[in-house]
Design a protein. Structure first.
Length: 364
């Protein structure tokens, strides 16, 4: 295997190797040297374990007994994560591999998983991070069971409660200040994110096309995020006051043959980080607000307006209201307070329902 740099190419770094099974040269191309080195290391792992498997099967010997590490690299090969998610995935799984550097899959026990949990807790990691680490590990182990590398996933220990980051979504005043200071593609993100609750990023909003928008029935057929494997679409109604604006967007984009709802100069976008930060500066907003917080603004306003939790969860693409309850408890508490205050006063109850003989003044 080797790496080489090719001048004048869009993806100038090439990782190439000789496939030991086909005896042909294969290669892949990436944009940075760092990514090339990462892919080179990953491919070496994959080829090593595939070669061992091939030799064992050819000789009639029992299959190689995989470790968590070997299974993980084969798992990565099949899943083909995008670069952004691959880096985060590997970083998460490294926490597991440090504790289990060479343990065979078939020897992994419930006690080992409990040891892992205790180690992560002693490391000072938050409950959210620990739950995420075990979620990644569970996916790898379940894949290993499906691939006949192990018989069953051991029982997982009870994990600490997730301590989600406290966030303050953008207010209506902040959104109003951002809109006139935003370029066109960011303005669309603000309006659709805050009014429709879509995930701001490549998973949903950035891959939304005009073919997904049903203007006649005032509904957006949102392609669900990749992590939502249970439904491919969800329908989000278009507000009456947003419809004329979307009609204008559609007219402008149709004249330019643009199929993406969020685009820059006709091309789909993958990130709005720079344009977003510039918008905040021009609007005079100094506190941290992320594009994803538009989704939080949608949920906060919907709950504050009295929309039931189940409906909010469906509009946002959650399988159950649990996520809403965990993230927006402060809004729920306000609703509880409003519900209690809306009840008839004790004085009113005393005057209308209680038997005579008890003075309503007692309840003043």
């Amino acid at each position: 295997m080797a790496i080489r740099h090719r001048e004048g190419r869009k993806k100038p770094w090439e990782v190439y190797w000789n496939n030991p099974f086909t005896l042909k040269r294969e290669s892949l191309y990436v944009e940075t040297e760092e990514e090339a080195k990462k892919q080179d290391a990953l491919k070496k792992y994959q080829l090593r374990y595939e070669r061992d498997l091939f030799r064992k099967e050819e000789s009639g010997e029992p299959k190689i007994r995989h470790t968590i590490e070997s299974a993980y690299y084969l798992y990565l090969k099949e899943k083909s994560f995008k670069k952004k998610w691959l880096r985060a995935h590997i970083c998460t799984m490294k926490r597991v591999l440090r504790v289990f550097p060479g343990i065979p899959l078939h020897e992994l026990s419930a006690g080992d998983l409990k040891t892992l949990k205790e180690h992560l807790m002693r490391s000072g990691l938050k409950g959210t991070t620990i739950k995420k680490t075990f979620s990644v590990l569970r996916a790898v182990l379940q894949w290993s069971v499906d691939e006949k590398m192990m018989e069953v996933v051991p029982p997982f220990p009870t994990l600490p409660k997730a301590d989600y980051e406290k966030f303050v979504p953008p207010t209506q005043e902040e959104l109003a200040a951002m809109l006139p200071n935003a370029p066109e593609h960011v303005r669309r993100v603000i309006l659709l994110g805050a009014q429709c609750g879509m995930r701001v990023g490549p998973s949903e909003l950035f891959r939304l096309q005009w073919k997904h928008v049903d203007i006649q029935n005032q509904v957006i057929h949102v392609p669900s995020a990749e992590k939502n494997v249970h439904e491919q679409w969800r329908d989000v109604p278009i507000r009456n006051d947003l419809l004329p604006l979307m009609l204008r967007w559609l007219k402008d984009d149709s004249e330019k043959s643009v199929e993406w709802v969020i685009h820059f100069a006709g091309r789909p976008v993958e990130s709005i980080k720079r344009a977003w930060e510039a918008t905040l500066r021009r609007a005079g907003i100094t506190r941290k607000i992320r594009p994803y917080d538009l989704r939080h603004a949608f949920a906060t306003e919907a709950l504050a307006a009295g929309v039931d939790i189940g409906t909010v969860a469906k509009l946002m693409g959650h399988r159950s209201p649990t996520m809403i309850l965990e993230h927006y408890q402060y809004v729920m508490n306000r609703q509880k307070r409003a519900a209690v205050e809306s009840l008839p006063s004790i004085r009113h109850v005393a005057e209308t329902m209680w038997q005579t003989g008890t003075s309503p003044d007692t309840f003043q």
